[in-house]
Design a protein around this ligand. Structure first.
Ligand SMILES: O=C(O)CCC(=O)C(=O)O
Ligand SMILES: [Fe+2]
Length: 325
């Protein structure tokens, strides 16, 4: 069943409503506490990847290890992804959302009766029932890897270069994820392919790579404070996700994060999720386990983890906490 246009956040904001519809209103405990700006003078770390394959590799790896332990989130610059491609991705995304009429966009609507389907949507938590609070945003979800799941004919045909840009962007994000996961493994004294092998042959997992435009909104929880991730031109934001926390036996933590809406300016972010294959069992990597360092998480079938996420929702850490031994 396709979603109704009424539910599109963009349509709601364009008709100039004066009140946010009730299904988008968060419970008081989940609302940002004002002032949402300058909660702290700390910024999330920025790591310069220039030289990662040569002269600065040890130094960069150590730095990545430190921030994975302390933050689970960082921005990278000189990451090797062409700046032109980052601009193109943002432009095709903005053009689709802003310039395509709603009835055209709805031709790509996702099937809301199933979880995680590809396409244009608003409602993410398919299994969560009608009382679930919805995020104040619309999205377009693409499946890009493994290549057997990539079907660009389901992606927008407007602007004309949209599909080509998304395909190139996905390829580049995969390369960068590979490079980062190798460094993250090595920073724990493991061989470079450890996390990748622990996840899957086809589609390795465990991190999210995110680019945002120049509108602030993304925040990361650090020591009880929400830290704003300042938009930094052409940087890529790296968020460790729950699979990395499990595989590293909690040495590296996944980043709790959220995005804040504002009443004056639309914000675009492009998130790339590197997830394990559904039949994969995720557990702490054996080389990190010893008598003095026992496993802290139960093994979990990744598809069960995903189902739990889609029914309970992503809030906080409650999904991963249920695996703690
Ligand atoms: O809007 C953002 O930048 C955050 C997006 C995000 O965290 C997600 O899609 O999982
Ligand atoms: Fe997220």
């Amino acid at each position: 069943m396709a979603e109704t246009p009424r539910l599109r956040v963009q349509a709601l904001s364009q008709i100039g409503i004066s009140h946010v519809p009730p299904q988008f209103i968060q419970q008081p405990e989940n609302r940002p506490v004002p002032p949402i700006k300058s909660l702290s003078t700390i910024d999330i770390p920025v790591i310069d990847l220039a030289g990662i394959d040569s002269d600065r590799s040890d130094e960069i790896r150590n730095e990545i290890g430190r921030v994975c332990e302390e933050w689970g989130a960082f921005q990278v610059i000189n990451h090797g992804v062409p700046v032109r491609l980052l601009d193109d991705m943002r432009n095709v995304g903005l053009t689709f959302f802003h310039d395509l009429p709603m009835e055209e966009k709805l031709k790509y609507a996702c099937d809301t009766s199933a979880a995680a389907t590809e396409g244009y949507g608003t409602r993410m938590l398919a299994g969560a029932g009608d009382d679930a609070v919805l995020d104040w945003r619309d999205y377009f979800d693409h499946h890009t890897f493994p290549l057997s799941r990539r079907n660009p004919s389901r992606w927008p045909h407007f602007p004309p270069q949209y599909r080509e840009v998304v395909a190139e962007y996905a390829d580049q994000m995969k390369l960068l994820a590979h490079k980062l996961l190798a460094s993250i493994s090595q920073s724990l004294g493991l061989v470079a392919s450890s996390i990748e092998h622990a996840v899957a042959h086809s589609d390795f997992g465990a991190i999210t790579l995110l680019t945002q435009d120049d509108v602030e909104g993304l925040q990361v929880l650090k020591d009880g404070n929400w830290i704003i991730v300042k938009p930094l031109s052409h940087a890529i934001i790296v968020l460790l996700s729950d699979q990395t926390e499990i595989m590293t036996n909690g040495k590296y933590r996944s980043a709790i994060h959220r995005a804040i809406a504002n009443s004056s300016k639309a914000r675009l972010s492009v998130a790339t999720f590197h997830d394990p294959a559904k039949p994969k069992i995720i557990s702490p990597i054996a080389d990190l386990i010893s008598e003095s360092c026992p496993p802290r998480y139960r093994a979990v079938l990744y598809s069960d983890y995903v189902s739990s996420w889609y029914t309970k929702g992503p809030e906080g850490k409650r999904n991963i906490d249920s695996l703690l031994l």
